[in-house]
Unconditional design. Sequence first.
Length: 184
Amino acid sequence: MTLTIQDLEKLQENLQEEQRDYQLELQQGNIVVMGPSDIESSEIGAEFIRLLGNWVKPRRLGRIFDSSGGFIMPNTDLRAPDVSFVSAARLKRTVRDFANLVPDLVVEIKSKTDRIRPIEEKIKLFLELGAQVGILINPDELTVSVYRPNGEMEFLAGEGKLAIPELFPGWEIVISELWPPVFE
């Protein structure tokens, strides 16, 4: 049985309060349950959003979304990257619904229980469907991998600098800024 976005919305409405901590995605007509991520991955996502948002908002370049933002893809999947960006030209106004488009930027952050291959496959699907850049942040290895639709992949570690000139000309961060501080 192939499920639709309407089926998923109906299911979400009927979930009990304690079940609403789980995020649901629709993938090839099947519901995929996404549990809460570990707090390190969550903190990295929040920091990425802050660092990028400090550049994007004053320049009015577009909109940044967290892991709760759902996108209806051209293949009818409903997906929610950990962090995403849509340019102002493509989304002039937000709506109280899922966005019916592919984000320009998708960022996935490896949680402690995730495997790399499914994350890479999710990023590559976004790129095939129209995303301009996909990023995989791996806190276990302290690395960032940047994927582009032409198959090019850039691997960053240590004091490597992340730049996405096709979306954010002039913006760059040292990837070590993403890792949570240690307070002693």
